[in-house]
Write a protein that binds this ligand. Sequence first.
Ligand SMILES: NC(=O)c1ccc[n+]([C@@H]2O[C@H](COP(=O)([O-])OP(=O)(O)OC[C@H]3O[C@@H](n4cnc5c(N)ncnc54)[C@H](OP(=O)(O)O)[C@@H]3O)[C@@H](O)[C@H]2O)c1
Length: 335
Amino acid sequence: METIRQIILTRRPQGIPKISDFALATAPMPVAGPGQMLVKMRVCSLDPAIRGFLDDRPSYLPPVAIGAPINGMSLGEVVESHNPEWPVGSLLRTFATWSDHYVVRADALGLERVNAAAGVPLEHYMGALGPVGLTAWVGLFEIGKAKAGDTVLVSAAAGATGSTVVQLAKAAGCRVIGLAGSADKTRIVSDLGADAVIDYRATDDLTAAIRAAAPDGIDVYFDNVGGETLDAVLPLMRLHGRIALCGMIAQYNDADHPHGIQNLWQLVVNRVSIRGFLTYDHPEVLDRAQSELDSLAADGRLKPLATVREGFEKLPEAFIALMSGQTTGKTLVRV
Ligand SMILES: NC(=O)c1ccc[n+]([C@@H]2O[C@H](COP(=O)([O-])OP(=O)(O)OC[C@H]3O[C@@H](n4cnc5c(N)ncnc54)[C@H](OP(=O)(O)O)[C@@H]3O)[C@@H](O)[C@H]2O)c1
């Protein structure tokens, strides 16, 4: 019998996930039915949101069951097709499981065709030229309404989304301030073009450090981390400032003990808008966003940043590195 490899959840992680929370397993090769495609995983995306699916609590997707493969986004190649729209060799992105082969229906969640340009590494279509870039674009322009001359602050600025936001905001004519968690990361963010970068772990008064870099305040805060960082930024928002809440990674490893925000009143003082978003709730802007990402990459103003591991069995260690803050740019596994 032909088999596939999967990474399954063996127990619910406590804090930062451990290797022993996962196991490599085999399962029978799935069979593609009428209208369906059998897909071979080529690039798997490690996303902080997956940490939420490993807890037994409601998120925007149901929890992963113990013994079941982990859920996540991946880029794959059709190796058997019962759908003329998706011939063998087609590249696609979809929400799937950590399985080296999987069956995809034509109406699968988040299914998108990938038109890879010659010479561009395939993994970037899972990063800055894919979902990461779209998230950065939607948060910055659709939610944050960033425009030339604005001061934009971004947290986790050396990460996947953050590093892309820095470059998109610079290309749009904004002044950009990044927050990052080490000296190496601050160098990376500076090299991407940020006007100022703060190592938030090396300062004991983050509000003062940001104020020194942005004496007139912040127009747009693109928040990837939430928690104490969000609290520190609230008093610095300018009149009619916008906060795009992309994620709250600071609390994903310890969801039972979120930081209690103390400075919410500042939203009233400065009539600040604060809005959470999910990228794929904004399908009407995604084609425009994708074409802008492609053209910025083509003229060198967007440089996709990624930490890539090789080999399907590296998925757990890549995820643990992501959730320990050890990666820069998009965290990916090439299969
Ligand atoms: N809304 C959406 O549609 C959407 C889509 C994709 C992602 N997101 C969200 O966007 C945020 C960034 O995601 P990403 O994929 O771009 O990841 P990422 O930034 O590459 O993620 C890792 C970085 O987050 C920072 N971090 C802060 N607190 C952390 C903690 N307690 N534990 C681990 N890392 C911590 C670390 O950077 P420092 O060392 O600099 O702190 C780390 O390197 C996440 O909150 C994610 O859930 C939202």
